[in-house]
Design a protein around this ligand. Structure first.
Ligand code: AMP
Length: 424
């Protein structure tokens, strides 16, 4: 088979689907990396696969990601491995395994592929990419706010204006168990009207009914009990402090009582950012929250955590929808156009020297036609063309054409080159 796997895609330099252009990805990554440095997050890279347990013990056996979407397989030694559907659990695993607590590193960012066997549609792929951040440290609402600010700044720096932050508090496991019982009691009389997925969730994980995409489920859920009623005073105050912090940084938010997130490890603050421009059904740009028990559950110290992940594909699609992607391609500084075999030899050496001087340069090799050379130079977005023919070789004066203004100037070879003696 010589086709790519369904649900995966190539990122290439030139593409009609602009979000698949490598320049756009580089632009995203450079903005994200610069911002991570401003917030004190350091890069972490973990393997694309892990022992399956890393995910079943963290996300929960009953989460959709683990139950339906994970690429799990046995290797030749019969060990169960899974391609990572997300990175929080692998990073916690790596933190514990590498003893990073002793090294006083507690803020990490990552960029990399994730894999989920999802139904495919625009903005939803089987190999997709996430940029994310994880922060381990004392439980402090300031850290929640700071990390959410990081994500919102990322969207802002990428030119996205139409985003909305939805936030909720989901308490801890006990609160959720109590809440789940209340939901079960509420939904049971509607069992027959619920979607098949939600009927299953009614016994396995009733909270998930709240974020069902099914219209009928959503209608029924409108009057369901809300988790806020179950929060203890301590957790309510914590949530209020987070909200106060967001307001103090001028970050608008909407409290979304039905937001529960799909993974078991979350507690207290959970949030999601959605695109409010039309992206189709897949409008969730990013999300995250607090996960205080996860480190301990995976065998590490009892250290609280907070993080977010954002899907790079969806951010790029959103940038296109909002016209904020712009031109991210960068052509070479110089395109050398020789008009004869002798001048080609000269241009070849000139190209080498320019590159050694730190200027990007490319040589026109297709023919010795000026017109074709100039049109190729424009196509690749070169900034300047250096034109050298027999006449230029004789006079040692080249023609330099600025491709944006079309202005031409004559320049002695000696001025172009630092060491003109090298080439005569
Ligand atoms: P989640 O942890 O499921 O909320 O995922 C975090 C972000 O990753 C989402 O907000 C999306 O932007 C992105 N994402 C999740 N699943 C997919 C997918 N199958 N294809 C593309 N992006 C995805």
């Amino acid at each position: 088979m010589t086709q790519r796997v369904k649900g995966a895609f190539d990122v290439i330099p030139e593409c009609l689907e602009k979000w698949r252009e490598s320049h756009a990805w580089q632009h995203f990554e450079s903005v994200a990396r610069d911002l991570a440095a401003l917030y004190g997050f350091q890069e972490i890279r973990t393997p694309v696969f892990e022992y399956t347990e890393v995910f079943t013990r963290s996300a929960g056996e009953e989460s959709d990601v683990v139950l339906k979407e994970m690429y799990t397989f046995f290797d030749k030694a019969e060990r169960s491995l899974s391609l990572r559907p997300e990175l929080t659990a692998p990073i916690v695993r790596a933190y514990i395994e590498n003893g990073l607590q002793q090294m006083k590193c507690d803020r990490f960012f990552y960029i990399g592929p994730c894999f989920r066997y999802d139904r495919m549609q625009k903005g939803r792929y089987r190999q997709f990419h996430q940029f994310g951040a994880e922060l381990f440290g004392p439980k402090d609402p300031y850290l929640d706010v700071e990390t959410i600010h990081f994500l919102m700044q990322l969207y802002k720096k990428l030119g996205l204006k139409n985003t909305a932050l939805k936030i909720n508090s989901i308490g801890d496991k006990e609160i959720r168990e109590e809440f789940a019982r209340a939901l079960q009691a509420y939904f049971t009389p509607f069992t027959r009207e619920l979607s098949p997925d939600s009927q299953r969730r009614l016994t396995s994980n009733p909270l998930r009914i709240l974020d069902s995409k099914d219209e009928r489920d959503r209608e029924i859920a409108k009057n369901a009990p809300q988790i806020a009623e179950f929060l203890t005073p301590y957790r309510r105050t914590f949530f209020e402090d987070v909200l106060k912090g967001l307001s103090s940084l001028d970050i608008p938010y909407v409290i979304e009582p039905s937001l529960v997130r799909g993974l078991d490890y979350y507690c207290d603050t959970v949030f999601e950012v959605v695109a409010t421009t039309d992206l189709g059904a897949q409008n969730a740009l990013g999300g995250g929250g607090r996960y205080d028990g996860l480190m301990k559950d995976l065998g590490g110290p009892d250290l609280p955590g907070f993080g977010f992940a954002t899907g790079i594909e969806r951010v790029l699609l959103s940038m296109i929808a909002e016209n904020s992607l712009g031109e991210t391609k960068n052509g070479p500084d110089f395109y050398l156009i020789p008009l004869s075999p002798a001048s080609k030899e000269y241009c070849f050496l000139l190209m080498k020297i320019l590159r050694e001087e730190g200027k990007s340069a490319l040589l026109h090799t297709k023919n010795f036609a000026l017109k074709k050379g100039l049109s190729d130079a424009s196509d690749i977005l070169a900034k300047k063309a250096i034109i050298i023919g027999e006449e230029e070789l004789k006079t040692q004066i080249a023609t330099i054409k600025c491709l944006s203004t079309r202005a031409e100037e004559k320049m002695p070879f000696s001025k172009i080159l630092k060491n003109s003696i090298l080439i005569t």
